[in-house]
Write a protein that binds this ligand. Sequence first.
Ligand code: SF4
Ligand code: SF4
Length: 365
Amino acid sequence: MFRYHEKYDCTNESKSVFYSCPWIQHGLVFFKYKLTMCCYCGHSAEGHTLIRDNYSGQALDFEHIFKQKHEFNRLAKKGLIHENCTDCPFLIPRWAEHWEQDGDYISNLYISHWTECNSKCIYCFAAQHPEEFDNRNKTYSVLPIIKNMLKENILRRGGSIHFGGGEPTMLPEFEDIIRLLLDYKFYDLRVHTSGIKYSPILERGIREGRLRVIVSVDAGCRETFKEIKRVDAYDIVRENVKKYASAQVLRRHALTPDLYMLGSICAGTKFIIIPGINDTEEEVENWIKRDVQDGIHTTIIDIEENWYKENEQNLPQSIFDFIYTIYNLSKKYGTHFELYERVENMLLENQERVPWYNRDTIYKD
Ligand code: SF4
Ligand code: SF4
C-alpha cells in the first residue's frame, strides 16, 4: 500500500522535510460508496486515496481519520508514499513543522455522493466509473455530517469546497448545504452545473463573491449543444447563465484581510473541447460572443478526458493550435482566459509545441 521511492526520500535534508498535499492534510471527499482524502485522479496512480470503503452516511470517527492522515506523514518522512499518490503533481516537499503546525481539521471538502443528472453528456464519466453510478441504493445525506463538523470546529474556512456528482441542483439537500456554508462565511465554494435548473442559492453565493458557478455549455449553438448533451435545453441554459451573470457584483469581494475574489469571475461557462464535434473556430467564437452578450467575463476550457487518454502519447499539433485560437479569441473579446487542470498540464508538458504559452504571464494579459 505504501512504497518506498528514492525521489520522495528527504531523510538527507538537514531539517525535517516530507512530501504531502493539502488533501492528505485537510481533505475529505464524500463519494456514493466510499470516503476518500481527495477526488484527484489525473495521474497514473489514479488518486481517490481511500479513507473508508462501503460508506453510506454513517457518523464519522474523526479521531480515526486524523490518525490515518498522521500515518501518511509518518511514513512520508521515510520516503514511503501511498500507492494511489505516487507521481501525483500535488505531492510537494515542505518543512515538517509547516505541514504539521496547523493541526487536525478539514478545510478541503468535495461532495460527490449522488449521481442523478438532468443532462446526458456524451462524455459523462458514468461510463468510466460505473460503480459510482450504481443507483440501486438511495443517496445518503451529508447535511447532518457537515452540521456536526461545523459544531465541532472540524470543518474550517481556508480551503475549497466543491461539488461533484451528478447535477448538484438535483440533490435535495443542495440548497441547505450551500446556505449553511454561506451563513458560516465559507468562501472558495465552486459548483459545476448543467445550468438546466436554476438555483437561487447559487445566485446568492455569486452576489456575495464567495461562490463560483461554472455552467457546462460546450457549444456555440443549439444544434451542437443537443448533439453533446443529448437534451434540448440550450435556450434555457443560456437564460440561466444570463441570470447568474447578472448577479455578479463587479468589484473585489474581501474574503479575509489577505484574500479577495473578483466579482466578475463568479459566473462562468465551460467549453470542453471534443475533437471532431465542437472543435471549430466558428463554434468557439459563437460561444464566447454569446457569453459576452450574457455578461460572462471568462473563457474557461478543458479537453475531453476519453479523447485525451487515447491520444496522450501522440497528441496532434492541431489541438495545440486550436487552444491558441481560443486564447486569441479570448483576447479579442476581452475575457479572462482560464485552463482547467488537464489542459493546463497538457500545455506544460509540451511547452515546445506552445511557445505562446507562459503560465506566469498568460492570465495577466
Ligand atoms: S492522490 Fe494526490 S491529491 Fe490525492 S491525496 Fe494523494 S497526493 Fe494528495
Ligand atoms: S452534467 Fe456531468 S453528470 Fe451530468 S451527464 Fe454531463 S458529465 Fe454526466
